[in-house]
Write a protein that binds this ligand. Structure first.
Ligand code: GLN
Length: 231
């Protein structure tokens, strides 16, 4: 589609709530590391975009079908996805963790999941990881479209645990979700901005150049510091 001056306006799909990467603040603005970074990069590189908060799985589907030009959604750069999408340079290191209810003292490791159910989110690395170990540890899986559904399932006791990126679980816990991280963190991967393979090379190039500029001028660090407090 076209922007106000007739320039191309890119459709960028994202997740609904995946704090601290994308979420709505009290005034209903879409904020977070991904949102602020995309905005800063677009300003720096002079491109326009329309944001579509579709949910993670739906955002990736929209990209795959060409309904979106790009996805920024805490999307992990994986070998499998690199066959289908072109990714920007990595902008954040992450990985999968397991969380249980904060008052749960029986689930301390994967061995304790035998005969239990766990919650995951459709199409994510957390889901893929849980699938890969469920037979070995003897648990079942329920999959949800959004992170919030997953947390609810754990809080209600339907699932004893959920698998999700640990920076996101850590943030949710810091903001008051009655959960805790247990067990080992899984070797992760990094987040990247994705476009369809062989398409939108110009957009990808602008993202990479803008990202580098934001790292060089301190804006990238400023955005991280806004959402992630380090001691
Ligand atoms: N990083 C995970 C993935 O790429 C989860 C992303 C998300 O839920 N927004 O699969």
């Amino acid at each position: 589609s076209s922007g106000s001056d007739g320039a191309k306006k890119y459709i960028i799909a994202t997740d609904t709530t995946f704090a601290p990467f994308e979420f709505e603040d009290e005034s209903g603005n879409r904020v977070g590391i991904d949102m602020d970074l995309l905005k800063a990069i677009a300003e720096d590189q002079g491109f326009e975009y329309e944001l579509q908060p579709l949910g993670f799985d739906a955002a990736v589907t929209a990209l795959e079908s060409g309904q979106a030009d790009g996805v920024i959604a805490g999307m992990s750069i994986t070998e499998e996805r690199q066959k289908k999408y072109d990714f920007s340079d990595p902008y954040f290191d992450s990985g999968v963790g397991m969380a249980v209810k904060s008052d749960n003292d029986t689930i301390k490791s994967y061995d304790d999941l035998k005969g239990k159910n766990v919650a995951v989110k459709n199409g994510t690395e957390g889901s893929k990881y849980a699938e890969s170990i469920k037979d070995q540890y003897g648990f079942t899986i329920t999959s949800f479209p959004e992170s919030a559904n997953m947390y609810e399932d754990v809080k209600s006791g339907n699932s004893v645990a959920c698998f999700e990126d640990y920076p996101v679980l850590g943030y949710a816990i810091a903001k008051g979700q009655p959960l805790k991280l247990v067990g080992d963190l899984q070797a992760g991967n990094s987040y990247g901005f994705a476009v369809q393979k062989g398409k939108n090379a110009e957009l990808l190039e602008m993202f990479n150049t803008g990202l580098k500029n934001m790292k060089d001028n301190g804006k990238y660090q400023e955005i991280l510091d806004t959402y992630i407090k380090t001691n």
